[in-house]
Write a protein that binds this ligand. Structure first.
Ligand SMILES: Cc1cc2nc3c(=O)[nH]c(=O)nc-3n(C[C@H](O)[C@H](O)[C@H](O)COP(=O)(O)OP(=O)(O)OC[C@H]3O[C@@H](n4cnc5c(N)ncnc54)[C@H](O)[C@@H]3O)c2cc1C
Length: 465
């Protein structure tokens, strides 16, 4: 079923009422009896009530001030079962929180209720020595997970640029791709998530083990249809990635170089193209020359064996080498924190009047980029990321957009769609609107099976509403 993806002017309809004082007291009594630490003070609950939605001037007025009525910290699947049972019994809504770096208010409860804080559920349980398949708990921070995987000679295939803060559970339930998407596509592509351990939300909750097929509807469902307590995922052999910054005076040469590099046999983990005006607004690693504002920059994470080819090829491609250093050995900001939505973060920290969009560019890319540039001029700045989409090398784009109001943003979205771009709108609230705008019947069916009273993260799954 196709649904509208217009910018929201209000919270979704049909939200449950917040819990009453009596419901909250009964819930708190149960949780205390189970020995769980509660978060009840205004300060504690406020500090848990923000994520990357602040990058969207559309979502800001809708989500600011929304918060849970009670919070609880868990450290084991057994504790999650206790919380799910208490919410199920007292019919209090439940929203799971990883590290709250999502961009759409994914872990912001729209109707109060309980916030389940998972940072203590954070063990790497197992790594299979022969396949590299690992099982880890959802609250583990991705950088810590990578650090532990490294001792097994492995690394995660995909990472968000928030790798230093984001959790595994939040990434799978709320993220989509990022560093590694150039080679490994997106998190929902079959083959990444191989199984989950999860808890249902009902008066007598179940702890279930789902295989890859059964886990699929919970992948990128914003925690609306089950609580992960462990995730089993494929990994990749660890590589000592090297960071590269290449410069190009000419935009067409930079775009052509990005296309050729992404399609080459070089082993790359990331390729990001920033137009000069974006590069000039970013902080750079220590030792890397600041961007002059005249040159466009291509950022790469490349395997060590790419070095000789890159050094000679860059000149042929019409560019020059600006800087290179092994990842993890340079000082200051790592290069990966200038990619994906970190670009928006840095620019907004200096100039909060910017926001952004997310889209997959049509091929060839240049005509759409040119048509949009002609209409929007300096109000639209290009930031491209090489990705593999459905097996094909493509460019995702997170352009910076100067905020000129909701109707200008809607006009830009409409024009981009008319030009063949696939929009992943970051100014919306529901799972479907942030994706292809289509209800996934399997996600709704999983909610019916695992959250029959509709208590999980209410308002976020349009298909349920
Ligand atoms: C600067 C910046 C850069 C970013 N770059 C990227 C990027 O490169 N790629 C990308 O995909 N995203 C990116 N994001 C978005 C976000 O950082 C990632 O998706 C991140 O992995 C989310 O993890 P988290 O722990 O913060 O999740 P949270 O924001 O805490 O939660 C996200 C969703 O997951 C649900 N959830 C959390 N834990 C569980 C659980 N145990 N069971 C069920 N549901 C759960 C929550 O309820 C929520 O709906 C970026 C965001 C920012 C602000």
């Amino acid at each position: 079923m196709q649904i509208t993806t217009d910018l929201p002017g209000a919270l979704p309809p049909g939200l449950p009422d917040p819990a009453t004082a009596a419901q909250l007291e009964a819930l708190a009594l149960d949780l205390r009896a189970a020995g769980l630490p509660l978060l009840r003070s205004r300060g504690e609950l406020e500090s848990l009530a923000a994520d990357g939605f602040v990058y969207s001037p559309v979502l800001q007025p809708l989500l600011c001030g929304l918060r849970a009525q009670i919070g609880v910290r868990v450290t084991s699947a057994a504790e999650v079962l206790q919380v799910a049972a208490a919410c199920g019994r007292h019919r209090v809504s439940l929203t799971v929180r990883g590290a709250a770096t999502g961009n759409y208010g994914q872990c912001i409860p729209l109707a109060g209720g309980l916030l389940l804080e998972t940072s203590g559920l954070n063990r790497l349980r197992e790594v299979d020595a022969s396949s590299g398949v690992f099982t880890a708990e959802p609250g583990i921070v991705l950088a810590e997970l990578d650090r532990q995987l490294l001792s097994h000679g492995r690394e995660q295939r995909l990472l968000p640029s928030t790798v230093r803060t984001a959790s595994l559970g939040g990434y799978v339930a709320g993220g989509s791709g990022g560093i590694g998407s150039l080679r490994w596509g997106f998190l929902r592509d079959p083959g990444h998530l191989l199984g989950v351990e999860m808890v249902t939300v009902e008066p007598e909750p179940r702890l279930l083990q789902l295989d890859a097929r059964a886990a699929r509807p919970l992948n990128h469902a914003y925690g609306t249809n089950g609580i992960f307590t462990a995730l089993t995922m494929a990994s990749a052999p660890a590589v000592a990635w090297r960071q590269w910054v290449l410069e190009f005076e000419d935009w067409s040469a930079a775009l052509a170089a990005a296309q050729q590099l992404a399609a080459s046999a070089l082993e790359l983990k990331a390729l990001c193209l920033l137009e000069a005006a974006v590069a000039a607004r970013l902080p750079w690693p220590q030792g890397c020359p600041a961007a002059s504002g005249a040159a466009h920059r291509v950022l790469l994470l490349a395997a060590p064996d790419a070095t000789p080819a890159l050094e000679s090829w860059v000149l042929e491609l019409g560019g020059r080498l600006s800087w290179s250093a092994p990842q993890g050995q340079s000082r200051g900001i790592p290069l990966r924190e200038l990619t994906w939505n970190h670009t928006t973060l840095h620019v907004r920290s200096q100039e909060p009047g910017w926001t952004y969009l997310q889209l997959l560019l049509p091929q060839p890319e240049a005509p759409a980029l040119e048509a949009l540039r002609q209409r929007w001029g300096e109000d639209l700045l290009w930031h491209l990321e090489a990705v593999r989409s459905q097996g094909r090398q493509r460019f995702a784009c997170l352009p910076l957009v100067r905020w000129r109001g909701a109707s200008a943003l809607q006009e830009l979205i409409d024009q981009a769609r008319d030009l063949g771009c696939l929009l992943f709108n970051p100014h919306v609230i529901s799972v479907e609107d942030g994706g292809l705008g289509v209800v996934d019947a399997d996600q709704v069916e999983a909610k019916r099976a695992y959250d029959p009273a509709g208590l999980m993260n209410p308002g976020k799954l349009r298909g349920w509403i």
